[in-house]
Design a protein around this ligand. Structure first.
Ligand SMILES: [Mn+2]
Length: 434
């Protein structure tokens, strides 16, 4: 995928050098990357200060481009490095946009200017696009730095617990284990755990029992102290833990802003994201590779969900396991057991999300058409009677390949399977419901 941005406005405006994201470098505050870049052209303090104090990036640019001002002799030779340093500091010192940049995953980034062939792609798209290339480089660097932060902090701990979300599914349980193994290989004492009031998701229960050979450590919540440190996987909401206890998070949902050092990208599963992040520096064995693949299967309803995107397929196939997906699906894909009653069904699928300051309490039901016809109205009524504006019910019918979602008295229907709360959140926003 390619992201094209133009100027400092709109959703992608944060990528532009004119965007108002200031930073400090060598004791000087620069209002924008443009201020920094233009001022670095000169040794003359007076001109430098004029640029730094310019009110707008445009003004800074005008002074910097004025050929009457004499530039550093070697500037041409270092200008790419200067630009890189400025863009890197901008994202380093503005964490909200660093998260946004990481969210672009592996997309190419282009500055779609029509008259700039060195920094942008130019009118006929033949330009060098150096700004786009720098942004991609900065994205990789920032991602690495966040991971290094988490690893450094973990190294300082006597031990660190790796924990998934409150209704642990295959992705949570397997990712806990995978990340712990990786951390252990860096001489960190990491222990994958489940907290005792968590209840394993019934939909993945058999898949976990059959394929996961490890003993799960159960941690008693009332015995935890503030000295116990955690890394979250498959969720980045604190969920009752103190901020000081959580040193980082790796998640495939959406940034909640609660944990400072978070790597978050829309991936098919957390397991796949962990694989992609560490595959260059950690050698996954066959069993670990199988677990990665199973997180993908479980979180995409055996590759049926639109959450499984082309980018995911490429990573998934690069793992190189020859799995009989249909057989896994036949064995482990279960729709809701409606005989257990509404309360249990809903509880089993419960997950809480914090997205852009909103809380989403999500329930998820999988069914075939027969059960949809029998139970949908009843469940809808039940959820409606909770009288809770934050409740989101997602219902997938795997026979008709339809998704229904209910939020704040609105019901919508999709002609495909969509299970990602993040993507449904985006739809609710587009529809003006949120
Ligand atoms: Mn997951």
């Amino acid at each position: 995928m390619t992201i094209e941005f133009y100027k400092e406005f709109g959703d992608l405006g944060y990528l532009a050098n004119y965007s108002k994201h200031g930073f400090t470098k060598n004791g000087v505050f620069y209002k924008t990357v443009e201020h920094y870049y233009q001022s670095e052209k000169f040794d003359n303090e007076e001109i430098k200060n004029k640029i730094i104090n310019a009110d707008t990036p445009k003004e800074a640019s005008n002074i910097g481009r004025d050929r009457n001002n004499i530039r550093k002799e070697n500037f041409k030779g270092i200008k790419l490095d200067v630009m890189y340093d400025g863009v890197l500091e901008k994202f380093r010192q503005n964490r909200d946009i660093a998260y946004k940049l990481i969210e672009t995953r592996n997309s190419e980034i282009c500055e779609a200017t029509i008259d700039e062939y060195y920094w942008g792609i130019g009118k006929d798209k033949s330009g060098k696009n150096n700004i786009g290339k720098i942004l991609v480089k900065v994205r990789e660097k920032i991602k690495r730095e966040i991971l290094e932060n988490i690893i450094e902090k973990a190294k300082e701990c006597e031990k660190v617990y790796v924990v998934g979300h409150m209704v642990p599914d295959a992705d949570s349980v397997f990712s806990n284990y995978l990340l712990s193994n990786i951390l252990n290989s860096f001489d960190i004492h990491a222990i994958p755990v489940i907290i005792d009031d968590y209840k394993i998701s019934s939909s993945d229960k058999l898949l976990i029992e059959d394929n996961f050979k490890e003993k799960v450590v159960i941690l008693k919540k009332d015995q935890l102290t503030n000295n116990d440190k955690f890394i979250l996987v498959d969720h980045n909401n604190l969920g009752g833990l103190n901020k000081e206890q959580v040193i980082g998070a790796i998640d495939h949902h959406v940034i909640s802003g609660e944990v400072y050092d978070t790597i978050e990208m829309e991936y098919a599963s957390t397991g796949l994201l962990i694989y992609d992040l560490f595959k260059e520096i950690y050698k996954f064995n066959q069993y670990e590779k199988l677990l990665v693949c199973l997180t993908v299967l479980a979180d995409t309803e055996y590759l049926c969900s639109t959450r499984y995107k082309e980018e995911d397929r490429l990573v998934f196939e690069s793992i190189g396991l020859d799995l009989n997906i249909d057989e896994f699906k036949r064995k482990y894909f279960v729709t809701n057991d409606f005989s257990k009653g509404i309360e249990e069904s809903l509880h089993n699928s419960y997950k809480e999300y914090k997205i852009e300051g909103s809380i989403i309490k999500r329930y998820m039901i999988y069914s075939y058409k027969r059960d949809f016809d029998l139970y949908f109205e009843e469940y809808l009524e039940y959820v409606r009677n909770m009288n809770d504006r934050e409740v989101l019910l997602i219902w997938c019918d795997y026979e008709m390949m339809k998704t229904y979602y209910y939020y704040d008295n609105n019901i919508r229907e999709l002609d495909y399977i969509l299970t990602s709360t993040n993507l449904i959140y985006k739809k609710l926003k587009e529809e003006g419901i949120l």
